[in-house]
Each structure stands twice: as structure tokens, then as C-alpha cells.
Design a protein around this ligand. Structure first.
Ligand SMILES: [Zn+2]
Length: 472
């Protein structure tokens, strides 16, 4: 294979991909969780069409591009590219988006694509719109050089940001069509910097629920009621302290702890050596604020192998301007827990619910409800096969001139757990473009175009090496 020709064809393809991604950013196809009316609004349809049309125009002889539909569920885009070798590779991404969020800088916005300093700003290009373009381009670049490949199946779901709740039904409907992939490529993960390949070796799970505390049937003048009735806010704080140490942020339940495997600790140490202070510095700190620890290894382990709690929303607290001197009758908050990779999500959900609801202070009405699909398991990758480890190392050296790094991911990709369960012998190459300041889910999300282009070349090289293992 001619390396120069490979990068040339990928670079050429990315000019058109950038145009397509610009159009894609304009579509507000929020995940169903954030747009319950998604079906009527039709944005998801626009996004799927945009991608499917592009896929059909790619130089991939024999490829079948299909938009699969199930009643009431988000569509699934599937591109089936026949191969010359036995076996198959599954490449995964998603096309649904996170909601807008606030805090976009002047001139930027979630649905307003802007290319600035080599970065495409706007919602959903990096998380995870680029995946389908990158995957097909990586394959087409190899086909252009007559590299023999196994069948490649590119699967793009539209429900990832809602916990992939529609995916099991699609997988069931697909049945044996999926084959038994010997390699899964996932382009929905993080990178520690834009200078080398980053491989995700574990993912955390996620548990979301609403904690509600009610003490009165209506609000009462605080001068009349405080000192007599407890405030629901104080009870809420007390309940949260059962779950996490309010000083350190450590989660207190045994059901939320797992042992850290020795190889993952060693990887965290190695990644911390590469990243150093950047582990913390990549966050948009307010002036004077410190990280939870000065030790980057500790921060990586915290972020990837420990449970954490974030309060992500509230109800019952009036906005400041209309907040009078009232003892509030009820407050509720949304809790978002990240679970360690090997933590049992159902057991964790049960334990969290029990600790929050038992013996409510002052007999207050307390409930914790985790909606359906609210607990998603994490995942710990099988150990790399020697060929894959070598292929990723060589790809990173060839494209970036630097070593690849393995690291856990603090986020959740439900499909990896599903696949891991179904295909325990499958190898996983999980990587992505969500690097420093790319800020998926928050304001000012961007896709680092040069990094995405180079990562596409790395995917090509890993696919080529995988194909070589099939001919040995
Ligand atoms: Zn994503």
C-alpha cells in the first residue's frame, strides 16, 4: 500500500466531508430524550437523509446503504460493504445530538456552523457526526488501492445520547445479518490531545434519576414557617450526603465501587506521563479554582474508574429574580451518576434508591425515580490481541510520529457493552476526536478537522492490518 496515496485520497475526501458536516451542524436533530417530538419535527430524518445520500455516492462497489426503521423508534443507518476476505468488521457511530446548552461564544451557536482555526464549531460534528464519513472514507481509501478487506458494516444509530434505548430492538431485527465481527471500530470516544492516537480501553456506566423532596402542600412566608418546618433544600443536601462525601466527592456506597485492574492502573500512569497538567488544564476553569487532586494519575483514575455524582438540573427553586422570602414546599433535582466500568448498573440503581428513600428526615416525602433505560452499564475492553496493539502503535507512529496511548473514558457508550456481551472474542479499536476543549455536550463544541483527517488515516491502517491477519 502506498502511504502517500492513502493520505492524499483521505485529505481530498475530507474537503467534501467538511462541506457535508457544515450542512449537518445546521440540523437540530436532538436525541429523543431532548426532543420528545423528534418524529414529527423531522430533523432526524433530514440528518439520516444527508448521511445516506453521501454514503450512496461513495466509490464502494456493491455497497448497500439502508435506513432501517422500526415503528416508534429512531432509524438506523446501515452501510454493508462486501469484502474479498472472510469475516467482518463493524464500524460504529451515532447521528443524534445533545441539546443546545448555554454559554456559546459570540458568533458561535449549536446550529450555526463556523470554521475557525481549523476547527468546525457547532453541535454534533465531533459527537459524533463525523464517524460515518470517516469510516467510509477509511474503507474507500483502501479499496482504491485494491487492498483486500473483509466485509465492513458501518452502523450509525440515532439514539446514543438517549442511552441507545432503540438499539437492542434494531439488533434483534438485524439478527444474524450482523455476522460475527472480529474487529469493532468505534469513533465516538475521547482523545487526550491532538498529537497521537488515543485508545479507549474502558467506559463508565451512567445512572440518571430524579430526587424529589416535599414538605408542605404549598409555599409559606418564610418568616412564619422557618424554624417550624424543615426546608426541603436542607433535606435534599442531607440525602445527597448519604450518597457522596460532600467534602471529597467520594461516593459512599459499596455497590458503586469496583477494584481497579492492574493493567488499567498502569495505563493511567502512562497516560498521566503524556498529559501531565493537561489532565486538569483541558477544562475551562473559572479563575482560582483547583482540581480535586494535584496528581494527574489520580485524576485519570477518578474520571475513568470511580463513581461520581453530578447534579444536573433542579425544579421547585424559582429563578433568582422571582425568589421571594418563602419556605418552598418541594424541590427536586436530577442526579447523574457515572458508574465504574465493571459496576452492575441495576444493583447500583437499587442501592442508590434505597439509601435516598430510607428513613426520610422529619418524615418528608422523598422519592428517587430512575426512568426506564436510566441505568447503563460501563465496559472494560478485552485485552488487545498482539496484532491490534501493534497495528495501533504503527498507525500512530506513521501518521503522527508519536506513540499511541491507552486510557479509560469517563463517558458512556452503551453499544460497546452490548457488543462485548454478544461477541466476547471480538477486538475493539475505540477512539475519537473529543479532545481538549472540543466540549461535546457543552457550549462551543468543535471538530478538530486536521485531527479527524489523520485519525481517518489511522483507521485505514488498522483495517489494513486486520485484513492481513485474515490472510495469514
Ligand atoms: Zn457521542
Amino acid at each position: 500500500m502506498d502511504h502517500k496515496r492513502l493520505t492524499n485520497s483521505i485529505d481530498g475526501a475530507w474537503e467534501e466531508i467538511t462541506e457535508r458536516l457544515i450542512a449537518y451542524v445546521r440540523i437540530p436533530n436532538k436525541s429523543p430524550l431532548f426532543d420528545p417530538d423528534w418524529e414529527r419535527n423531522g430533523y432526524m430524518e433530514q440528518a439520516v437523509d444527508l448521511m445516506a445520500d453521501w454514503c450512496r455516492a461513495q466509490p464502494l462497489p456493491g455497497a448497500v446503504v439502508e435506513v432501517r426503521r422500526l415503528a416508534g423508534r429512531t432509524p438506523l443507518l446501515l452501510v454493508d460493504i462486501p469484502g474479498e476476505l472472510p469475516g467482518c468488521v463493524l464500524l460504529y457511530g451515532h447521528l443524534d445530538k445533545q441539546p443546545e446548552f448555554t454559554g456559546w461564544l459570540e458568533g458561535l451557536g449549536p446550529w450555526e456552523p463556523v470554521v475557525r482555526d481549523g476547527k468546525l464549531y457547532g453541535r454534533g460534528a465531533a459527537d459524533d457526526g463525523y464517524a460515518v464519513f470517516s469510516s467510509l472514507t477509511a474503507i474507500a481509501a483502501l479499496k482504491a488501492q485494491q487492498v483486500r478487506l473483509p466485509r465492513c458494516l458501518v452502523l450509525i444509530e440515532a439514539c446514543e445520547e438517549s442511552g441507545s434505548v432503540d438499539l437492542p430492538a434494531h439488533l434483534e431485527a438485524l439478527g444474524a445479518t450482523l455476522g460475527e465481527p472480529s474487529l469493532v471500530v468505534c469513533l465516538d470516544a475521547e482523545c487526550g490531545n491532538y498529537e497521537q492516537v488515543w485508545c479507549t480501553t474502558s467506559l463508565r456506566g451512567n445512572l440518571v434519576g430524579t430526587l424529589r423532596v416535599r414538605v408542605l402542600t404549598e409555599g409559606v412566608h418564610s418568616g412564619m414557617a422557618t424554624g417550624i418546618a424543615p426546608t426541603p433544600f436542607r433535606i435534599l443536601a442531607q440525602l445527597l450526603a448519604r450518597l457522596e462525601n460532600p467534602v471529597t466527592g467520594d461516593l459512599l456506597l459499596d455497590e458503586l465501587q469496583v477494584p481497579l485492574p492492574a493493567d488499567r492502573r498502569a495505563q493511567a500512569v502512562a497516560a498521566a506521563r503524556v498529559l501531565g497538567d493537561e489532565v486538569a488544564a483541558r477544562l475551562p476553569w473559572a479563575m482560582g479554582v483547583n482540581a480535586l487532586s494535584n496528581d494527574p494519575t489520580e485524576l485519570i483514575i477518578n474520571n475513568t474508574w470511580r463513581a461520581t455524582l453530578a447534579v444536573t438540573g433542579a425544579e421547585g427553586l424559582p429563578p433568582l429574580q422571582s425568589a421571594g422570602n418563602v419556605l418552598l414546599p418541594e424541590v427536586a433535582c436530577k442526579l447523574s451518576l457515572r458508574l465504574p466500568p465493571t459496576c452492575d448498573p441495576a444493583r447500583a440503581a437499587q442501592a442508590v434508591c434505597e439509601v435516598l428513600e430510607r428513613d426520610p428526615p422529619y418524615g418528608a416525602q422523598v422519592s428517587f425515580s430512575a426512568g426506564s433505560g436510566a441505568a447503563t452499564g460501563g465496559w472494560n475492553a478485552p485485552t488487545f490481541a498482539p496484532w491490534l496493539e501493534e497495528a495501533i502503535t504503527q498507525a500512530s507512529r506513521a501518521v503522527f510520529g508519536r506513540e499511541a496511548v491507552n486510557i479509560g473514558c469517563g463517558g458512556t457508550i452503551p453499544f460497546m457493552g452490548m457488543l462485548g456481551e454478544r461477541f466476547p472474542k471480538t477486538q475493539f479499536f475505540i477512539t475519537g476526536v473529543l479532545g481538549p476543549h472540543a466540549n461535546a455536550h457543552g457550549p462551543n463544541e468543535f471538530l478538530h478537522l486536521d485531527y479527524a483527517r489523520r485519525l481517518t488515516a489511522c483507521v485505514s491502517l488498522v483495517l489494513a492490518e486486520h485484513a492481513r491477519t485474515l490472510t495469514r
